[in-house]
Structure formats: C-alpha cells, structure tokens
Ligand binder design. Structure first.
Ligand code: PHB
Length: 391
C-alpha cells in the first residue's frame, strides 16, 4: 500500500470510530404513541407505568446508549389518522429510532406503514388483533392476540357443561377475532353457537342485545369489549336485566375482569371464568416482585396486562440494544428480537421468529375475593400458545 492510500484508509478507520463514538453519545429515542386522555386513557397510563418501571429497575442505558422516551397522546386511540400523524411527526421531527406503545388496534394498523416507510422498528405493547404483526415486517408484539386468548376459554367451556353460547363482541379487529376464534374452537369441541352480535365500539346500547340474549336462553354469553366504561355498563345491565339470575353464565377473555376496572365492576365479577396471559394474582417470584415494585411506584393503581405489555416491551428493546451494541437499524433490531425468550411477570414468553408475535402460557382463572380484593385466580393453564389466528 502506498503512503497516500495508507493515509486514506487511516482516515476512513478514524471516521468509522468517530461515527461509532458519535452514535454512542446519541440517545436512542423511543416514540411512545399511547392514548393518555379520553375513554382509553387508562391504557396509556398502564403501558407507560410498565415502561417506566422497567427503566427504574434496570437503568436507562443499554448497549452503550441511553434511552429517551418521547410520549405522544393519540387519544382516543381508535382514530388511525391521529395516531398516524403523531407517528410521522415522531419520525420526521423528533427523529425517533423506535416506535412503541399502541393501545388499540386502529392505532397500530395506521402506524404500520409509517414504520415500514420510515424504516423504524415498531414494538406493539397492547393492540391485539391477530393481523397487526402482518402489517409491517418491522413490527414485534409483546402483548397477546385475541385468538390466542379466546381458544382456551372455548375449549374450557365445552368441557365444562356449557353447550350453547351467544357471542357479543365490539365490532372491530379484536372483537371480530375473538368471535371468529371462539366459534371455531367451541364448535370443534362440540358446542353450539345460538346467536351472535357485533356491537358498535362507541356508545353501544346494550339493552336490546341483553334482551335478545335473555330470550335465546344460552348456557353462556361469550363477551369481548375493550375494557373501560362500556364493560362496567354491560356488567351492570347483565345483572339488572336478570340474565345472571336466569342462570346465563358469562365467559370471556381476561380483558373483561381487567384489574384496572375490576373494583368498579364489583361483585358482579365474582365467579367469572376467563382465559388470559396475565393476572395480578399469578403466583411466581417474578410476578410477586413485579407487583410489589408496581405498588411501590404507583400506589393508586393496580398492575394489569397492559402494564406488563409495556414492561416486557421495554425489556425487549433493552435486550435488543444489548445484542446490537446500540444499533437500532430496523432490520437488525427485528433480527435480534426474533426468537428472544425471557421470564416475564406473566410466565415464560418467546418471540416467534416466524411471525414476530408472542408465544406464551394462557391461564384459566376464576374471579374471587382474596384478602378483600377481587382477583383473577389461576386454576389451569395451556403452555406455549401461539397465535391461532395465523395458523
Ligand atoms: C385492541 O384495540 O387491540 C385492544 C384493546 C383492548 C384490549 C385488547 C385489544 O383489551
């Protein structure tokens, strides 16, 4: 090599070192898109709690880079246009490296093309329609899918003297997924669907549906509503209109007795059997530590599945950064996330390398009073459940 070439390659090497050092000095910006106000404000609150708790416990520097959160309120969380505009702003103006959060499906659907076009990894911490992860190759999910949680309760119901079911779901992605999977698994196990209703997501009037169900006299109602004020209204109606008294049972995924609204539902929740991936009452050392740390940090709230979706989402980001040495390139990020396994407060979880979706244990639980507090007490489980919505 002649002298000028040597000088040139030395220059290149120095430039490489310089850019690596500059990268290390730059924080990793995470743009969190969450509903922080409006009807689904509790989703944003819980996911943010989970993310911040992880950082409080583990520090904020991973793979040599400090992480910085930039939070945008996409209230109500059901308007894709709002979420998309905020995500675009995060990418273009704030120059975020990672998009994360997403309380509701319309938000995740709308932001998926922003992740693809902007070449940004997108970590979905709640939105649970099966197809979310198919909307961009840069999406990875740490929450759950509705089919994943609906199949086990269908099988349980058919094996436990429930022969006829009326389904009632919110008419959007997760509700449609819950209905489809419940029907599939329940009829495959010998059950019969005697009626089905899809209620509007906004301001549903349950009275006519409740009457229809009462007249149909099913053994049980299978319900999916995004947890919130409507769930509390439905439970009130179910009792007041005499469905419970008529011996009609209620079964659902754990979205219904969500710890965040459980006390507001009150005694009407007692005896509910549900299937879900997370319960505050889950008995493991990891969950006991999580619950204790959560109450210490947020004494006015209760840990729920959304907080764990945020906590595990932040864990995934931290572990990816450690693996890539702080490189957030979307292709590298997703490669590093594929197949990742860890022990969550909910139990063992894996990121399916084929789908970038979560594989986890689904528990069958009964809502009971434990030490004066309503809790979802696990009594059975199905390990390693993949999203059946994609099979
Ligand atoms: C969703 O919109 O994807 C969603 C919202 C609330 C849930 C589950 C899924 O509990």
């Amino acid at each position: 090599m002649n002298i000028p070439n040597k000088i040139a390659s030395l220059g290149l090497a120095l430039a490489g070192l310089w850019s690596a050092a500059a990268l290390a000095a730059e924080p990793v910006k995470i743009g969190l898109v969450l509903p922080m106000s409006g009807p689904f404000a509790a989703y944003g609150k819980q996911i943010e709690h989970g993310v911040r708790l992880y950082l409080a416990q583990n520090g904020d520097t991973f793979g040599g880079r400090k992480v910085e959160l930039i939070l945008k309120d996409d209230s109500p969380g059901t308007s894709g246009d709002v979420s998309k505009r905020l995500a675009q702003e995060l990418v273009v103006k704030d120059k975020v490296d990672i998009l994360a959060g997403f309380g509701l499906t319309p938000s995740a659907f709308a932001v998926a093309p922003v992740a693809t076009e902007g070449h940004k990894p997108m970590v979905v911490m709640n939105a649970a329609t099966s197809s979310v992860t198919t909307k961009s190759n840069y999406i990875v999910r740490t929450s759950m899918t509705l089919p994943q949680n609906s199949a086990p309760i269908a099988t349980w119901a058919a094996a436990n003297k429930i022969r006829t079911v009326f389904t009632l779901v919110a008419d959007y992605g997760p509700g449609q997924d819950a209905e489809t999977q419940f029907k599939k698994s329940f009829t495959a196990a010998g059950g019969t669907i005697v009626g089905e209703v899809r209620a509007p997501v906004k301001n549903p009037d349950f009275a006519p549906f409740l009457q229809k169900i009462k007249d149909a006299r099913p053994d049980a109602v299978f319900l999916f509503l995004p947890p919130g004020a409507e769930t509390i209204a439905f439970m009130k109606g179910f009792t007041e209109r005499g469905l419970a008294a008529a011996g009609i049972r209620l079964i659902s995924t754990g979205d219904l007795p969500d710890e965040d609204i459980l006390e507001a539902i009150g005694d009407a929740a007692l005896g509910l059997v549900t299937s879900f991936h997370y319960s505050e009452a889950h008995k493991s050392p990891e969950n006991q530590a999580y619950v204790a740390a959560y109450y210490k940090a947020y004494p006015k709230d209760r840990p729920n599945f959304m907080s764990v979706g945020g906590y595990d989402g932040m864990h995934l980001i931290a572990e990816v950064l450690k693996k890539t040495g702080g490189n957030t390139d979307a292709d590298k990020f997703i490669e590093a996330a594929k197949g990742m396994k860890w022990m969550s407060p909910r139990g063992p979880i894996t990121i399916d390398p084929a789908t970038r979706d979560i594989v986890q244990t689904i528990y069958i639980r009964k809502t009971e009073r434990v030490a004066g507090k309503l809790q979802n007490v696990e009594f059975d489980q199905v390990p390693d459940v993949k999203d059946p919505g994609k099979q």
